[in-house]
Write a protein that binds this ligand. Structure first.
Ligand SMILES: C[S@@+](CC[C@H](N)C(=O)[O-])C[C@H]1O[C@@H](n2cnc3c(N)ncnc32)[C@H](O)[C@@H]1O
Length: 188
């Protein structure tokens, strides 16, 4: 009896605390607030994340130049670019096409571009990675995607678009899981 009373009390407390969020969501304001606030969180988070992942990212992005087109130009499409935290790992002369469905990242992206003059912005497109129709078939050398696939609505849709826009598809021996996923989609 005491236990169930406690459960009801805790549930009530939680509902009262969550009431402002429900209200904002009901009024259609919650989503825009999150979209505005998220870039600020990512700026803070990226500093800590990159300090832990810097060595791994350096290793992963180390051979990006090997994927350059025969003319020597390297066009990178980054999906879910966010603040552009990966620009620091891109080689000199890279041209980058940024895509993200959240336009509120733009000022942070511009800051990262000005801090990384070795990277030139080719285009910035506000779109989800499931729909990259503004990017022609076989037009980019590399697609970069970090911490994004957990947010997308359709991983399959994203991978299909990635395969469409890549100039040539190589399966790097990064890790077995990634290789298997890529091969599964390639052979479908
Ligand atoms: C956790 S952040 C990662 C940002 C950046 N890639 C990084 O490594 O710091 C997730 C990013 O994915 C974006 N995103 C969410 N849904 C997406 C979708 N369907 N297609 C592309 N990007 C998406 C978000 O707007 C956000 O910028």
């Amino acid at each position: 009896m005491e236990m169930s009373f406690l459960v009801i009390l805790l549930r009530l407390c939680f509902q009262i605390l969550a009431l402002p969020v429900y209200l904002l969501w009901f009024l259609g304001i919650w989503d825009p607030i999150c979209k505005k606030a998220f870039p600020y969180f990512m700026v803070f988070f990226s500093v800590h994340y990159n300090s832990k992942m810097s060595a791994k990212k350096k290793e992963l992005f180390n051979n990006l130049s090997d994927f350059a087109s025969p003319s020597g130009a390297l066009t990178i499409l980054e999906i879910g670019t966010g603040t552009g935290t990966n620009f620091q790992f891109y080689p000199t002369g890279s041209k980058v096409i940024c895509t993200d469905p959240n336009p509120n990242f733009r000022k942070f992206l511009d800051k990262n571009l000005s801090e990384n003059p070795q990277v030139k912005l080719e285009r910035c497109i506000v779109t989800a990675a499931e729909d990259l129709h503004q990017i022609p078939d076989a037009s980019v050398d590399v697609v970069v995607c970090t911490l994004v696939l957990c947010s997308v609505k359709s991983i399959e849709g994203v991978l299909r678009e990635v395969l469409r826009v890549l100039r040539r598809v190589l399966v790097p021996p990064l890790n077995i899981e990634l290789t298997l996923i890529t091969l599964t989609y390639l052979t479908e």
